[in-house]
Design a protein around this ligand. Structure first.
Ligand code: FAD
Length: 415
């Protein structure tokens, strides 16, 4: 089978990187486009990942070595698909590239960071800490290049920052550019974003000590806002009672009607973060039911056996501030009554919203009723990872391998 046109992979999370590598290692030319300045997607923001509880970088490091070794993959970061039109044998795609305030000459030496005094909320830590306006986006950033939040700095400061660079790598006057590509087929691997907990005021969304599961990942991470200490945001003290609320906005027609499939496992995993760090803490996981398919059942058994962990079958209806804590009203299904319980920290197990929702990228030609993208074989579009359906890392990787094969076939076939 001969593929004469490159494949376009949109999104460089674990699914997109896998699809790009599998296709390139099978002989296809691949252009991997990522919106953020670095690759790796959401997984890199976790503290560790189930089932093996390894650091999120462990899989990514191998993938980066494979990427660097493969001349058939071109990675374009800080870029998005602005327009796409079908051609006789694929797609003509226009990429919109963000201004290259920092170019490829950057060595990540850090001199510019010293010259910068302006701080901004750190997007990598979900705004829970502050960083310099010019910085390495995170510890494991690839490409290993600084990013510059130019809009946050005055012209004078931007000039001083540029002057501090020995490599002439900073251009505060850079402007957006575009690039046009001709590709034979497309893999969409645009992933997800968290359902906003502020939309759940009844569950305390927006209160300082009510955090989302994605925030718990950053709190527990050594590169997070507290250097890995699980502390209450309101007073910086370790919580003695932590409550996890499952299906926070999920399986709920008012929010996300579907199950995000990983949230139960995520809360079980995060319960281990708490117990490892704060062995005396009481942890309660409130759920309608705990969904832990296949070998993930082992994690449920492990957590259920931990001292000080309670698994309560019950839906939390309300979370309100109480004296120096939070009060939960819960429909305890087994006790057949409404009960009240106090917690110092509440973690909302919020679900995954597909990137296709609210992000009208031209290549999302077909989506399901929840906004997950669907394969469009006639258009040469195939989907991988959470862009297709909520799933864990292992399933996203399997999915991406299949998507790479389908994309190669589509590009060879032509439209
Ligand atoms: C709190 C939490 C913890 C989790 N922990 C685990 C765990 O321990 N183990 C596990 O197996 N799974 C876990 N998961 C699930 C895991 O995060 C997903 O399986 C994984 O992120 C899927 O990878 P992906 O590549 O499909 O999507 P993403 O990680 O979302 O990557 C998508 C990439 O596409 C980019 N992108 C988006 N739109 C565009 C666009 N228009 N143009 C260009 N690029 C774009 C994004 O910037 C991103 O880099 C967890 C989920 C949650 C919510």
């Amino acid at each position: 089978m001969k593929v004469t046109r490159p494949l376009l992979v949109v999104g460089a999370g674990i699914a997109g990187v896998t699809a790009a590598l599998e296709a390139a290692e099978a002989g296809a030319e691949v252009i991997l486009v990522e919106r953020e300045p670095t690759i790796g997607g959401r997984v890199l923001r976790s503290h560790s990942y189930f089932p093996k509880m390894c650091p999120p970088t462990c899989g990514m490091e191998i993938n980066i070595r494979r990427l660097e070794a493969n001349p058939r993959i071109r990675v374009v970061v800080a870029a998005q698909v602005a327009a796409a039109e079908p051609t006789a044998d694929g797609w003509k795609v226009t990429l919109a590239l963000a201004p290259a305030f920092v170019n490829g000459r950057c060595t990540a030496c850090g001199d510019c960071e010293q010259a910068c005094t302006t701080e901004v909320a750190d997007p990598f830590n979900l705004g829970m800490s502050a960083v310099k306006a010019i910085r390495l986006p995170h510890l494991h950033a690839w490409p290993r290049r600084y990013v510059f939040d130019r809009a946050a700095c005055s012209d004078d400061e931007a000039r001083a920052i540029a002057a501090s660079c020995r490599y002439d790598a900073i251009d505060p006057t850079a402007t957006p550019t575009t690039e046009t590509l001709e590709v034979g087929a497309v893999v969409l691997a645009t992933g997800w974003r968290p359902y906003p907990s502020e939309r759940l005021p009844e569950l305390g969304g927006g209160l300082p000590d009510v955090i989302a599961n994605v925030e718990m990942e950053r709190l527990a991470s050594p590169s997070g806002p507290t250097r890995g200490a699980i502390l209450r945001p309101s007073d910086g003290r370790p919580p003695a009672r932590v409550a996890f609320i499952q299906c926070a906005g999920s399986r709920d027609v008012n929010h996300l009607p579907y199950c995000s499939s990983v949230c139960c496992l995520v809360s079980l995993k995060q319960a281990t973060y708490v117990k490892e760090q704060l062995p005396e803490a009481e942890v309660t996981i409130y759920s309608i039911d705990l969904r832990t398919p296949g070998r993930n059942e082992d994690l449920l058994r492990k957590v259920a056996a931990l001292q000080g962990v309670r698994l309560v079958k019950g839906k939390v209806g309300r979370v309100e501030p109480a004296a120096r804590s939070l009060r939960l009203r819960v429909e305890d299904v087994e006790a057949e009554r409404i009960v009240e319980a106090d917690a110092d920290l509440v973690v909302l197990a919020t679900g995954m919203v597909p990137s296709a929702v609210g992000d009208p990228m031209p290549l999302f030609t077909r989506t399901d009723e929840d906004g997950f993208a669907l394969d469009d074989p006639a258009a040469g579009i195939t989907v991988a990872g959470v862009a297709r359906r909520p799933e864990d890392v292992a399933s996203s990787v399997r999915d991406a391998t299949g998507a790479a094969a389908r994309a190669i076939a589509a590009a060879a076939r032509g439209r």
